[in-house]
Design a binder for this molecule. Structure first.
Ligand SMILES: Nc1nc2c(ncn2[C@@H]2O[C@H](COP(=O)(O)OP(=O)(O)OP(=O)(O)O)[C@@H](O)[C@H]2O)c(=O)[nH]1
Ligand SMILES: [Zn+2]
Length: 212
C-alpha cells in the first residue's frame, strides 16, 4: 500500500495508493470450482436434487454470488494536499454497504457514515465509500468492520481524527433465530480529535443526524 506521486490530471500533488489484492481473492477460478462442488454437496445434504433442471445451475450461481460478495473492487486511494488548511469535519453520510455475517453467512446491510478531520492531506470523497466496500466484502462482524474502516483511514491519511458509524440490519436475527424484525444495530469507532473533543464528536453526530 505504498503511496506514489502521480503527475496526471489530478494535479502534481495528488497521490494514489493501490489497495493490495487480498490473498483470498487470488485464484478465483479454482475457488469457483471448489465452491461449486461444495454447494452441490450442501444442497444434496439438504435433500435437494441437484441434477434436476431447476437446480442444475444453482451450484455455479451460488459459488459466483459468494465470490462476488466476498471480493472487493480494487481502487486507488487518491489524496490531495490540504493547502487551505481545512480543519473542520468532512462527513459522508448514508454510504450503503452490505456484508456477510461470519456466523451464519447471511447478509447484514445498512449505511455507513464516515468522517474525518483532515491533517495535511484531503482524500477523494468517493474513496470513503470505497474503503467501506474494501472491508465489508468479507465474512465480518459489525464491530470489526467499523474498527477496520476507521483504522485504515487513520493510517492512510494521518488525519486529526476519524469517525465511523455503521447502522445495519442483520438478517440472521431478523429473518431467523430471534426473528427480531426491524431491529437495527449501530456501531461506532473514533480516533484522534474525535475521541477527545466532545464538541467535534457532537458535530459528527449532528451532521450525521445520528441519535446513537
Ligand atoms: N457481536 C456481533 N454478533 C453478531 C454479529 N452478527 C451476528 N452476530 C451474533 O452472533 C451470535 C452467534 O451466536 P450463536 O448462539 O452461536 O448462534 P445461534 O445459535 O444461531 O444464535 P441465534 O441467532 O440466537 O439463534 C448471534 O447472537 C448473532 O446475533 C455481529 O456483527 N456482531
Ligand atoms: Zn449472523
Amino acid at each position: 500500500m505504498s503511496q506514489t506521486a502521480l503527475p496526471d490530471a489530478l494535479g502534481a500533488d495528488a497521490q494514489r495508493s493501490q489497495v493490495a489484492v487480498p490473498l483470498h481473492a487470488i485464484d478465483l477460478n479454482q475457488q469457483q470450482r471448489d465452491a461449486e462442488t461444495a454447494v452441490a454437496e450442501l444442497l444434496t445434504a439438504l435433500g435437494r436434487d441437484v441434477k434436476s433442471e431447476h437446480l442444475s445451475e444453482t451450484p455455479r450461481r451460488v459459488a459466483a454470488s459468494l465470490l462476488e460478495l466476498l471480493t472487493p473492487r480494487d481502487f486507488a486511494m487518491t489524496t490531495f494536499p490540504n493547502d487551505e488548511g481545512y480543519e473542520e469535519l468532512v462527513l459522508v453520510r448514508d454510504i450503503p454497504f452490505h456484508s456477510l455475517c461470519e456466523h451464519h453467512l447471511l447478509p447484514f446491510r445498512g449505511v455507513a457514515h464516515v468522517g474525518y478531520v483532515p491533517g495535511e492531506r484531503l482524500v477523494g470523497l468517493s474513496k470513503l465509500a470505497r474503503v467501506v466496500e474494501q472491508f465489508s466484502r468479507d465474512l465480518q462482524v459489525q464491530e470489526r468492520l467499523t474498527k477496520q474502516i476507521a483504522g485504515y483511514l487513520d493510517e492512510q491519511l494521518a488525519p486529526q481524527g476519524v469517525g465511523v458509524v455503521l447502522e445495519a440490519e442483520h438478517l440472521c436475527m431478523t429473518m431467523r433465530g430471534a426473528q427480531a424484525a426491524g431491529s437495527m444495530t449501530t456501531t461506532a469507532a473514533f480516533t484522534g480529535v474525535l475521541t477527545r473533543d466532545n464538541a467535534m464528536r457532537r458535530q459528527f453526530r449532528l451532521a450525521g443526524d445520528l441519535t446513537a
